[in-house]
Design a protein around this ligand. Structure first.
Ligand code: NAD
Ligand code: UGA
Length: 458
C-alpha cells in the first residue's frame, strides 16, 4: 500500500505511543512509525502486553499495528523516510550542574535534533510534542540549520494536553489542539500540513494556532494552573481539619460559581505524575533566569504546598496512631499517582511509603496495575515491604489502611470482612476522600478523611 504521508515519532512513551496510535487510527492513509532507543519498550509495543496501561489503548493499537502503525528501533531509517517528525522524548528535571533540581534536562531532545540533522536526506517538518522550556524551538532551529545539504527544517510546537487514565478520550476529543509556529511562508505551510492531520478527526474550531513561544509557554502555564488548583484546595484541607469545616462542602459551594467551575477540586494526599512538578520547577527556573523572582516564588509555592500536604498526611497518621508506627502493619491501598494508570512517577505513595518505613512501619502495598513500578520505586529501601495484588490479603492483619489511589474497585470492597481481619483499633486514612466514611465508622473503623472531621471511637 502507498501512503499519503510518512509520520515518525521519536520517543515511544506515555505520549508518543498513544498519540501516534490515535493518528494511525484516524488516518489510515498515513504511515505512522514510532521509534525509541529502548529496545525493550519497542518489543513491548509490538507484543500483546503493551508497556503502558491506558483504557482504550489496546483496542486502537491492535487495530492499526502492522497496517499503518509500526514500532521500531530503526531510528535512522525512520528519519530518512519521514516527512513529518514528532519529537516526544522525555524532558526530566536536570539532576546535575547548573539548574540541577529545577531546569529541564535537554540532553535527550538535543541528541534527537542532532540525529535528525545527521540522518536527513530531505526537508522535513519537526514537531515539538514533548513539553519544552520556552524558546526551545529556537535552539532546535539553530541545530537543524547546521545542515550542509540543500534541505530545510520547519519547527512547530504542538504540546500535548492528554492526562493519563483518560488519554485515549483526551486524544480522540481534545478540548483543543494547539499549534505554534513562526509566520514565515514555509512555517505557515508546515502548520497547515499539521492542521490537515488533526482535521481528520478534530473539529476545525478546536484547532488553534499561536506564535511558537506562546505555544511552548501555554503548555507550562496549563500545568501550573491545574496543579495550583489542587494545591489551593489541599491548602484548605489543612484549614478545615483545624476549624471543623468540611472540604467537600466548601468545594461544592465554590465549584458552583460558574467563574470558578467544579473540576480539579478533589482534595488529595497530594498531586503526583511525571509532569506537574517538573514543569512548574522549570517555569520557576525560567522566571528566575528572566529576573522575575516574585513570579518564581509565587509558582514555587504551588509545589511547596504539595510537599506539605504529603508530609501532613504522614504526621496525621502518626498522631492518630498514638505517636508510634514502629512495628505496625500498614496497607497502602493503591500506589499509582492516579486511578486508571499503572504509572507511579512522582506518586505521593512513594513519599508516604518512604516516610512510613522511616517510622519503622511494615508496608503491604496493593494496586491493580502499579505493583511492578512500585517495586522499582521502592527498590533498595531498608524496611519490610510486601506487594500483594489482592486487597483483602494485603489488609489482613494490618493496623491501618491508607488510601493512596482512587481506584473505583476500592469503593465496593467488603469492608466488614476487612475490618474483621484487622488489628483493633483499626484505622483508615482516606487520602482521596473516596470511601463512605460514615459506613466505615459504623463498621468499627476509626476514619481519618482529608479536610473533614475524623470519626473515631475513642
Ligand atoms: P516517557 O519517558 O514515557 O517516554 C519518552 C521516551 O523517549 C522513552 O521511551 C525514551 O527511551 C525515549 N527517548 C529518549 N531519548 C531518545 C532518543 N534520543 N531517541 C529515541 N528515543 C528516545 O515520557 P512521556 O511521559 O511520554 O513524556 C514525553 C514528553 O511529553 C515529556 O516532555 C512530557 O513532559 C510530555 N507530556 C507527558 C504527558 C504524560 O501524560 N506523560 C502528557 C503531556 C506531555
Ligand atoms: C496532567 C494534566 O492534566 C494534563 O493536561 C497534562 O497533559 C499532563 O499533566 C502532562 O503534561 O503530563 P496527568 O498528570 O496525567 O495530567 O493527570 P491529572 O489528572 O492532571 O492528575 C495529576 C495529579 O493530580 C494526580 O496525582 C491526581 O490524582 C491529582 N489530582 C487531580 C488531585 O489530587 N485532585 C484533583 O482534583 C485532580
Amino acid at each position: 500500500m502507498t501512503f499519503k504521508k510518512h509520520i515518525l515519532c521519536i520517543g515511544a512513551g506515555y505520549v508518543g505511543g498513544p498519540t501516534m496510535a490515535m493518528i494511525a487510527y484516524k488516518c489510515p492513509h498515513y504511515k505512522v512509525t514510532v521509534v525509541d532507543i529502548n529496545p525493550t519498550r519497542i518489543a513491548e509495543w509490538n507484543s500483546d502486553d503493551l508497556p503502558i496501561y491506558e483504557p482504550g489503548l489496546d483496542k486502537i493499537v491492535k487495530s492499526t499495528r502492522g497496517k499503518n502503525l509500526f514500532f521500531s528501533t530503526e531510528i535512522e531509517r525512520g528519519i530518512k523516510e519521514a516527512e513529518i517528525i514528532f519529537v516526544s522524548v522525555n524532558t526530566p528535571v536536570k539532576t546535575f550542574g547548573a539548574g540541577a533540581g529545577m531546569a529541564a534536562d535537554l540532553q535527550y531532545w538535543e541528541k534527537t535534533a542532532r540525529q535528525i540533522l545527521k540522518c536527513s536526506e530531505s526537508s522535513k517538518i519537526i514537531v515539538e510534542k514533548s513539553t519544552f522550556p520556552v524558546r526551545t524551538a529556537f535552539a532546535m532551529e539553530r541545530i537543524l540549520s547546521l545542515t550542509e545539504n540543500d534541505i530545510h527544517f520547519d519547527v512547530l510546537s504542538n504540546p500535548e494536553f492528554l492526562a493519563e487514565g483518560t488519554g485515549i478520550k483526551d486524544l480522540e476529543y481534545p478540548d483543543r489542539v494547539l499549534i505554534g509556529s513562526r509566520e514565515t511562508p514555509s512555517c505557515v505551510k508546515a502548520r497547515d500540513e499539521l492542521i490537515e492531520i488533526y482535521s481528520n478527526w478534530v473539529p476545525k474550531d478546536h484547532i488553534i494556532t499561536s506564535n511558537i513561544w506562546s505555544s511552548e509557554l501555554s503548555k507550562l502555564v496549563a500545568n501550573a494552573f491545574l496543579a495550583q488548583r489542587i494545591s489551593s484546595i489541599n491548602s484548605f484541607t489543612a484549614f478545615c481539619e483545624k476549624s471543623e469545616a468540611d472540604i467537600t462542602e466548601v468545594a461544592r459551594a465554590i465549584g458552583m460559581d460558574s467563574r470558578l467551575g467544579n473540576k480539579f477540586l478533589s482534595p488529595s494526599v497530594g498531586w503526583g505524575g511525571s509532569c506537574f512538578k517538573k514543569d512548574i520547577l522549570n517555569l520557576v527556573y525560567l522566571c528566575r533566569h528572566y529576573g522575575l523572582d516574585e513570579v518564581a516564588n509565587y509558582w514555587e509555592a504551588v509545589v511547596s504546598i504539595n510537599e506539605y500536604q504529603k508530609e501532613r498526611f504522614v504526621l496525621n497518621m502518626l498522631s492518630a496512631m498514638f505517636n508510634t508506627l514502629a512495628g505496625k502493619k500498614i496497607c497502602l491501598l493503591g500506589f499509582a499517582f492516579k486511578a486508571d494508570t499503572g504509572d507511579t512517577r512522582e506518586s505521593p505513595a512513594i513519599f508516604i511509603a518512604r516516610k512510613l518505613i522511616e517510622e519503622k512501619a511494615e508496608l503491604l502495598i496493593t494496586d491493580p496495575r502499579a505493583l511492578n513500578n512500585a517495586k522499582i520505586d521502592l527498590n533498595g529501601i531498608d524496611g519490610k515491604i510486601s506487594y500483594i495484588e489482592d486487597p483483602y490479603e494485603a489488609s489482613d492483619g494490618c493496623d491501618a489502611i491508607a488510601v493512596m489511589t482512587e481506584w473505583e474497585i476500592y469503593k465496593s470492597l467488603d469492608f466488614e470482612k476487612i475490618y474483621r481481619s484487622m488489628v483493633k483499633p483499626a484505622f483508615i486514612f482516606d487520602g482521596r476522600n473516596m470511601l463512605n466514611h460514615k459506613r466505615l465508622f459504623d463498621i468499627g473503623f476509626n476514619v481519618f478523611p482529608i479536610g473533614k472531621p475524623s470519626l473515631t471511637h475513642f
